[in-house]
Design a protein around this ligand. Structure first.
Ligand SMILES: [Zn+2]
Length: 293
């Protein structure tokens, strides 16, 4: 799942990196991305200013579409960089048709930087590691169900403004991207971040969204998936209980469940994950996203 990234080593603007500026003065537009240095697992905000109102803003990074929404006095889109994205330069393109009916575009490259993820070596009894054929089958079906969901892009952006922590706990989210070697065998990387919290601690929606899934999965246990629109999803796993039903629209900060240890969990904690289309992104990067309401 090699994915996108951002950063151009060219013209530096205040607090961001200018990806491309298109002259002439009549109708010049500007593209910026924040943060200015993008690593594997990051999520970046790409902002286009100086374009005429309500154009059919269109763009892509690494050939994958960007989904724009009106933002401040321009347009913005989120860029998700998968935790296993190939480091290096990635091409981007942005275009629209201006009021005079002239096609305008800007292109360039962005750079994904390597991020060093921790490696954990664990020795566990094989009974805890090797799944029965039934459970293996069940886990595969459940993983496919999530992939299908993440490939579904709702057109409307539901999230607004900054993302909030899903639990009222002082603990930092830990373990995103860590590579686990269990009994000498490399397992898939940890694609979420774990919050230590007591069982029963309320779990809240990180942002506005629609409840896309409330299920009980083999690995994730009781889990809730929120669809924030335009391909952005957040997942809340190992819940003791879920307090929302599929289809409900929830506001940022509203309670969706409680911390537990359901599924494959060694103790009560919240496994919180975020997907932007196929990119597995660090949910902590969402918390740092500098967006306005
Ligand atoms: Zn976890």
């Amino acid at each position: 799942m090699a994915f996108l990234g951002s950063v151009l080593r060219s013209v530096v603007a205040v607090g961001a990196v200018v990806l491309g500026v298109v002259a002439p003065a009549a109708g010049a537009f500007k593209v910026t991305v924040t943060p200015s240095a993008v690593r594997q697992g990051d999520v970046a905000l790409i902002v286009v200013t100086g374009a005429p109102a309500t154009p059919d803003m269109d763009g892509s990074v690494a050939g994958r579409p960007l989904f724009f929404f009106p933002y401040a006095d321009g347009y913005a889109a989120l860029i998700g960089i998968d935790l296993a994205a190939r480091p290096g330069k990635t091409p981007w393109r942005i275009g629209f048709v201006d009021r005079a009916g002239i096609a305008r575009k800007s292109t360039g490259t962005i750079t994904v930087k390597t991020r060093r993820f921790p490696v954990q070596r664990l020795s566990l009894p094989t009974s805890l590691v090797d799944l029965s054929p039934e459970n293996e089958h069940r886990a595969e079906i459940e993983a496919a169900r999530l992939r299908t969901l993440f490939d579904t892009t709702s057109a409307e952006r539901l999230w607004r403004g900054r993302f909030t922590r899903p639990v009222a706990s002082a603990a930092r989210p830990e373990g995103f991207g860590s590579r686990r070697i269990i009994n000498g065998k490399l397992r898939s990387p940890h694609s979420g971040a774990d919050f230590a919290a007591a069982a029963g601690t309320p779990v809240v929606a990180s942002n506005r969204g629609r409840v896309a899934l409330v299920v009980n999965f083999f690995f994730g246990g009781r889990l809730v998936v929120l669809d924030h629109g335009q391909g952005l999803y957040t997942l809340y796993m190992h819940l003791e209980r879920a307090d929302v039903a599929e289809g409900a629209l929830v506001e940022r900060g509203s309670i969706i469940g409680a911390v537990g240890s359901s599924g494959r969990a060694t103790g009560p904690h919240l496994h919180w994950a975020a997907h932007l289309r196929r990119a597995r992104i660090d949910p902590d990067a969402l918390l740092k996203l500098p967006v306005r309401d």
